[in-house]
Design a protein around this ligand. Structure first.
Ligand code: NDP
Ligand code: ZN
Length: 351
């Protein structure tokens, strides 16, 4: 089969590979729509997870089941499915502890385009189909559905990790598609003042649409100064980080109130150490909590997010700024994600 792969760090190309086969609990899926992720860029061009040899890229897909293993009960060939970016091993101790994304090892629920072939292929393999696939309802478009698999679940996880209560003040640093979903998630959880930090006009407009009350352009002055000024020096209850490099932790810890939470869903592709500012962290005693997480995956998570879309609590179509028609455009879509032009939020390839 034909697929689009990382050949080595810094090089991507089309390859031919054997089609996957299902184990007893697995499914083989043909993609109907896929989207490149900023994480694919970190992986392929920055070497964030190390060398890979002809690994198929991509982890955001909706598709049609073409084959299932003999133990799969709920899905059959022809079913249209939403495939989460994170596909945990549900028989694992970490799942019993409540952390499916770390099933059988830290971050090991993230399989596609990490340590197994991804979804930018004519066919791809899904482990534990009954637990990891969700039916795609007719009413949800392919473009919207593919935004659920990673962007919506990850951004919402940023809001969940911060445990936002009614009226909390929130700053979301980074308003690419992940940060925009953090803005939307924070609003759904009842945030009061909602500061969104970014600069690209398309993202700024979308941030307002999803619920930002104030826009902070980090190119027009330090974020901490701008937010501290707007909050009378107090800072915010919650900071969600969805962009920038490791130094952003300094800003986040500075602008969060004592007792507040810094919630990180950003993927740091570089730097051995993440610096925490000693004095702003109360010399270690400020009750400023720092937490970071990979999004949960799996079937129930997808079904719940699909329900939110079906109930019209959120309009995901605003995330998709570029639509490509045809499998052969996967390369162009990925390179667009790498270049991040001003009018881009997220590209989708309809296959
Ligand atoms: P984008 O690159 O589209 O967005 C990044 C955002 O950060 C932009 O709004 C950008 O602003 C802003 N930004 C960049 N530099 C700075 C800075 N110095 N200070 C403040 N803001 C800055 O990324 P995505 O939304 O696609 O992804 C965000 C992150 O989430 C990535 O690291 C990705 O790998 C990660 N991710 C994590 C997952 C998880 O499970 N935890 C899953 C999926 C993705 P501007 O408007 O100027 O471009
Ligand atoms: Zn991703």
């Amino acid at each position: 089969m034909k697929a689009f792969a990382m050949i080595k760090i810094g090089e991507v190309d089309w390859i031919e590979k054997d089609a996957p086969t299902p184990g007893p609990y697995d499914a083989i899926v043909k993609p109907l729509a896929v989207a490149p992720c900023t994480s694919d860029i970190h992986t392929a061009f920055e070497g964030a997870i190390g060398e890979r040899d002809k690994m198929i890229l991509g982890h955001e897909a909706v598709g049609e089941v073409v084959e299932v293993g003999k133990e799969v009960k709920d899905f059959k060939p022809g079913d249209r499915v939403v495939v989460p970016a994170i596909t945990p091993d549900w028989r694992s101790k970490e799942v019993q502890r409540g952390f499916p994304m770390h099933s059988n090892g830290m971050l090991a629920g993230w399989k596609f385009s990490n340590f197994k072939d991804g979804v930018f292929a004519e066919l791809f393999h899904v482990n534990d189909a009954d637990m990891n696939l969700a039916y795609l309802p007719e009413e949800v478009s392919l473009e919207e559905a593919v935004m659920i698999t990673d962007m919506m679940t990850t951004g919402f996880h940023g809001a969940e990790l911060a445990d936002i209560g009614l009226g909390y003040s929130v700053a979301v640093i980074g308003i690419g598609p992940v940060g925009l979903m953090a803005v939307a998630g924070a609003k759904l959880r009842g945030a009061g003042k909602l500061f969104a930090v970014g600069s690209r006009p398309a993202c700024v407009e979308a941030a307002k649409f999803y619920g930002a009350t104030n826009i902070i352009n980090y190119k027009e002055g330090p974020i901490d100064e701008q937010i501290l000024e707007l909050t009378g020096g107090e800072g915010v209850d919650v900071v969600i980080i969805a962009g920038a490099n490791v130094d952003i932790l300094k800003t986040a810890v500075k602008i969060v109130k004592p007792g507040g939470t810094v919630s990180n869903v950003n993927y740091y592709g570089e730097g051995d150490v993440i610096p925490i500012p000693r004095l702003d962290w109360g010399s270690g005693m400020a009750h400023k909590k720092i937490i970071g997480g990979l999004t949960p995956g799996g079937r129930v998570r997808m079904e719940r997010l699909i329900d939110l879309v079906m109930a019209k609590r959120i309009d995901l179509s605003k995330l998709v700024t570029h639509t490509f028609d045809g499998f052969d455009n996967i390369k162009d879509a990925l390179l667009l994600m790498k270049d991040k032009p001003k009018d881009l939020i997220k590209p989708v390839v309809i296959i």
